[in-house]
Design a protein around this ligand. Structure first.
Ligand code: AMP
Length: 495
């Protein structure tokens, strides 16, 4: 079996790895590190959870330990699609480079340019950045990329989803032709293939199996759910989510709940909180300090439920998550693989449960095709009877506060087309938000009268009038249950 000592790493790096508690290299590390140390370009096909971060950071630290940084000219560059992922790479760098004098700067949105400029001015060995922020610095004339000897592109498939490929191409062109490139992607979409053919030079291709195709330790299930009425879908799905959580009981130590849209992430987190669950949202519209706080609380076991969008959760290294709940079926099959890959890590058992409404069935079929297996159908814990209607009335409250999910354009894709870091692409236009509130308020009015009068159709004119009864007190005809259309005045046709 390959050991870390066999890989050719610097002794200082080896001792940091030992301190990190790693005993043996993961398959991607065993395969990628020797090629990287030999100066080869590497095309790594691997997803998070495989140890791929160390597979590029360890050789980088080894190779950079010779030489010194110059002002404004970083010696290496790591590009990551999101702030969280970039911050995570930076944390990894701190661990593995702790016995060296190498310096780093993290360029991400939400952090002041001034602080970042000061670091770059001094000269850094490793620059870790999101593409948009890096180009912002470059355009302000604060940065030269001509000294980059090693360039890493992490999670290239997510960069593609987020619309970053033109930025990546531009950054490639700003770095020297002689640089070494380490390029990582979970999948090889044609566009990714094109980029690697253009910018990588005779790369060594290393590939490790995907979690979803081999993840025997992740037990998966999907509840096929049809709402009682289309307009109740959102609130009934939230009821179902709570019921699923309850059914898992104490085994559900902590969970990430994935939603397709950021607005939905907020609504679900708010609704869970209202019912006493320890939940908080994380998505790209929240400010950086809040995202960091939430993530730290979740990592430290102080927060039980993290409601997340794909982009925000991408690449998050959260060890030992017991459950994944897919509140929505992801519209990109690949995202399913990434989502459930957050559980069942490091040999632990994990459960991944998903809610599928009729309109999601096509996406479910795509996922099953991708993972080449049928996801077992599991029972709906609420199938025996829906929660009390009172639940729905209460649960409706968050919807009046926030945008009604149904008001969003149905075609929008939560994890695509973005600019710097993350774009609020699933934010409804202000008008849509106002309209949705109005519609929500209109929709709710009869519900209110239903709870007071027991009527579903709010027959204002009938309220207060006792139903006609016969001499034994029996209701004549339909009594109080006369449908509204029968009570509407009409003009009798003239004879
Ligand atoms: P990554 O795929 O880079 O996100 O890494 C996933 C997790 O695996 C992180 O928590 C790493 O600290 C951990 N890890 C990386 N390499 C090893 C290793 N060789 N042995 C044990 N854990 C590791």
């Amino acid at each position: 079996m390959t050991t870390f000592a066999d890989l050719g790493l610097d002794p200082k790096v080896l001792s940091a790895v030992t301190d990190a508690g790693y005993e043996t290299p993961t398959p991607i590390q065993a395969q990628a590190i020797p090629h990287a140390l030999a100066g080869r370009d590497v095309l790594g096909i691997a997803q998070t959870g495989t140890g791929k971060t160390a597979s590029f950071v360890l050789p980088m630290v080894t190779m950079l330990s010779r030489g010194r940084a110059r002002a404004r000219m970083p010696r290496s560059l790591v590009l990551a699609p999101t702030r969280e992922l970039a911050a995570q790479v930076a944390e990894n760098f701190d661990i593995y480079a702790k016995n060296t004098k190498l310096t780093k700067a993290l360029l991400i949105g939400g952090v002041s340019f001034k602080e970042q400029d000061a670091l770059i001015d001094k000269g850094v060995d490793v620059l870790i950045a999101t593409p948009g922020r890096l180009l912002d610095h470059f355009e302000r004339g604060k940065l030269l990329l001509t000294g980059v000897q090693i360039m890493v592109v992490d999670e290239a498939d997510r960069m593609l989803d987020m619309g970053f490929i033109p930025d990546i191409e531009r950054i490639f062109q700003l770095t020297p032709f002689t640089r070494q490139t380490l390029f990582f992607s979970a999948t090889m979409a044609p566009e990714i293939e094109r980029i690697t053919n253009t910018f990588l030079s005779n790369p060594e291709r290393v590939e490790v199996a995907r979690a979803a195709t081999t993840g025997e330790n992740i037990e998966q299930g999907v509840v096929m759910f049809k709402p009682s009425r289309k307009d109740r879908q959102a609130s009934e799905k939230r009821d179902l989510l709570r019921a699923l959580i309850e059914r898992e009981g104490a085994a559900c130590k902590n969970a990430i709940i994935f939603c397709n849209r950021k607005t939905e992430v907020d609504i679900v987190a708010k609704a869970l909180k209202k019912y006493g669950y320890d939940a908080a949202p994380i998505h790209g519209d929240l400010d950086q300090s809040q995202r960091t706080r939430t993530l730290t609380a979740f990592r430290d076991g102080e927060l039980r439920f993290l409601c997340a969008s794909d982009v925000a959760a991408r690449g998050l290294d959260v060890p030992a998550v017991s459950h994944i709940f897919n509140y929505d079926v992801p519209s990109h099959a690949e995202d399913y693989v990434h989502r459930i890959g957050r559980t069942g890590r490091a040999g632990l058992k994990g459960r991944a449960l998903m809610i599928c409404v009729p309109s999601d069935e096509k996406n479910l079929a795509d996922i099953e095709r991708l993972v080449q297996r049928e996801i077992p159908r599991v029972d709906n814990p609420l199938a025996a009877g829906r929660n009390a209607p009172a639940d729905e009335v209460q649960d409706a409250a968050p919807e009046t506060e926030t945008a009604e999910p149904a008001a969003q354009p149905v075609t929008q894709d939560p994890a695509s087309a973005g600019s710097a870091d993350e774009t609020p692409q699933d934010k409804p236009a202000p008008r849509a938000r106002r309209d949705s509130r109005k519609r929500t308020a209109e929709k709710k009015a009869p519900v209110k009268s239903a709870s007071s009068s027991g009527e579903q159709d709010g027959q204002a004119g009938q309220e207060g009038k006792p139903a006609a009864r016969d001499k034994d007190g029996r209701i004549i005809g339909m009594g109080d249950h006369v449908p509204a259309f029968l009570t509407r005045p009409f003009k009798a046709p003239a004879d």
